[in-house]
Write a protein that binds this ligand. Structure first.
Ligand SMILES: [Zn+2]
Length: 540
């Protein structure tokens, strides 16, 4: 009897080993090799890429290299307009005060005191129409523009600090923005107004200081190419003096209008007298730089499941160069951070293209920019995903898998660096029991790496759960696994060079990620998010 059981167990392990073997032959994982990883990293971590800062020429060069390879392998472009690039535009728009003005007849208003404006180019000379609060809320039968012709005119509206209609928080507005409800600026644009002029009573000093701060010290914004091309309706702000001039002689004059506002009972809208022409001019000093996420798709074979995606990611940016070279070296090559992840997902893309079969679900590969500057690329991608965010089943993030602790190393700075057959696995069990179990099952059946869960808890003082791109996916309810080998003596230092990379380890970790991706892509059902993240974790 005992012999029969041993025979059965033996058969089983042979069968499962065979099934893993058979799967490996079919799914292409063996195409991921240390030599392949070294070839790509030799370029990605080379001085020629100047430390791949965001934005920079070196990063753009890396992006073109990655896209060229993806195209060669037959991956589908997953970026903007049929390209592999999702353009991010870094803009800092400053109002040029010398050439920005507002006038009514001969009366010229003082910038910063009597008027202000958003940094959007404008040159308007037109009549004005007052629209009260300016909102349209279909559910409440509110339409401040009803019966008013504002096309080509300056719309004058009451400013709302809360950016919401009087008495209704914006979050409580029902239906679709832009259809079921519109804020004053969107309404003015929809009705083809030339500009919008918001009334901000002088008493609202915090709003005025905010306006002036925005004009003097504009924030950098990160927008898409389309958003960058559409700056939005020219927007100006008027204070009491301006309002009194503008409404002089109207059915309700300035002081009365401001008093009504102060009482919270705004006057209804009306067209101002024909002869009143507002001349509004705003010029902008724009500091515009562009960069890109690189996005590629390997389509799945299952007619239904191929509309779902396993996302794998890394950041292909690093920190650029230093003004204080050490021994003539001024380039942060970032071979481990995150050159290792960048080429690991390249290798996975290549292996997929060489596999004898495709996985059932599709694979979405994203090389994120701007990680070193605050997870900018993954924030941008997950806020403007090029595939429906709900179709992303899980995200596997690789950041720094290229180093292992040298035998006998006792340097404190390398204390937490993992060994040659060990990797930190972060987040795999956090949101989805299924995902955690799958991750371990794959590893057990395959290379049996030592999965170290030291940093798994978001509450760990090192906070690694928050410190790489997977976090932006997790924040949006997508279960993630983050693969990381630990910090070391060259972390964010000039010494993060290719010579110190453990390619044997990188091959093992990359293959393990590949098998995990494949298993996820073949599953009948997607891993269930049975432990959604607490608000305290997603609110960072
Ligand atoms: Zn990194």
């Amino acid at each position: 009897m005992r012999n029969l059981r041993c025979l059965a167990i033996l058969c089983l392990s042979v069968v499962s080993a065979n099934s893993v073997q058979a799967q490996r032959a079919r799914n292409g994982v063996d195409a991921v090799t240390a030599a392949q990883l070294r070839d790509y990293l030799t370029f990605i971590a080379s001085d020629e890429l100047e430390g791949r800062d965001t934005p920079s020429r070196g990063l753009d060069t890396a992006a073109k290299f990655i896209a060229a390879l993806c195209s060669r392998w037959g991956l589908k472009p997953g970026g903007d307009d049929g390209t592999f690039f999702q353009t991010m535009v870094f803009r800092r728009d400053k109002v040029a005060s010398a050439t920005t003005s507002a006038a009514l007849g001969g009366r010229i208003f003082k910038l910063g005191e009597e008027f202000a404006c958003a940094a959007r180019p404008a040159s308007v000379s037109a009549g004005a129409v007052y629209v009260g609060d300016g909102w349209t809320i279909k559910a409440k039968n509110v339409d401040a523009f009803a019966g008013l012709d504002v096309s080509g005119k300056v719309v004058v509206a009451n400013y709302s600090t809360a950016q919401s209609p009087r008495g209704t928080p914006r979050t409580e507005l029902k239906g679709k923005e832009g259809e079921d409800w519109l804020d004053p600026a969107a309404n003015a644009a929809k009705h083809k107004a030339a500009a919008i002029l918001f009334i901000i009573p002088a008493a609202d000093s915090s709003a005025w200081s905010r306006m002036n701060r925005a004009m003097d010290f504009p924030q950098r914004r990160i927008v898409s190419a389309a958003e960058s091309a559409q700056p939005g309706i020219p927007t100006f702000y008027a204070s009491d003096v301006f309002v009194k001039e503008l409404f002089a002689g109207e059915q309700i004059d300035g002081p009365a209008l401001l008093a009504a506002l102060a009482e919270g009972k705004p006057a209804p809208g009306f067209a101002l007298q024909q002869g009143k022409i507002l001349a509004l001019k705003c010029t902008v000093d724009a500091d515009v730089q562009t960069t890109q996420n690189v996005v590629a798709i390997w389509e799945g074979r299952d007619p239904k499941l191929k509309s779902e995606y396993i996302a794998i990611g890394a950041h292909y940016d690093h920190v650029g160069v230093t003004q204080r070279p050490v021994n003539g070296d001024h380039i942060f090559n970032g071979a481990d951070d995150d050159g290792s992840g960048t080429v690991a997902i390249l290798a996975i893309g290549e292996a997929l293209s060489k596999a004898r079969t495709r996985p059932k679900r599709s694979v979405l590969i994203v090389w994120h920019a701007g990680e070193e500057k605050g997870l900018l690329g993954s924030e941008f991608f997950t806020a403007r995903p090029t595939v429906p965010i709900g179709s992303i089943v899980a995200q596997l993030n690789i950041d720094m898998i290229g180093r292992s602790k040298p035998a006998g190393d006792t340097k404190p700075v390398n204390k937490e660096l993992t060994g040659p057959d060990e990797i930190y696995v972060i987040g795999s069990k956090l949101m989805s029991t299924d995902l955690g179990a799958l991750s371990e099952k794959v590893n057990e059946r395959y290379l049996k790496l030592r999965f170290n869960y030291l940093y798994d808890d978001p509450g760990h003082p090192a906070g690694f759960f928050y410190r790489s791109d997977h976090y932006n996916y997790a924040k949006r309810g997508i279960p993630i696994i983050f693969y990381f080998s630990g910090t070391h003596e060259d972390y964010h230092r000039l010494g993060d060079h290719i010579e110190k990379i453990d390619f044997a380890k990188m091959e093992k970790v990359t293959r393990t990620v590949y098998q995990t991706m494949w298993e996820l892509a073949e599953q009948t059902s997607r891993p269930k998010v049975d432990k959604p993240l607490a608000a305290s974790v997603t609110r960072r």
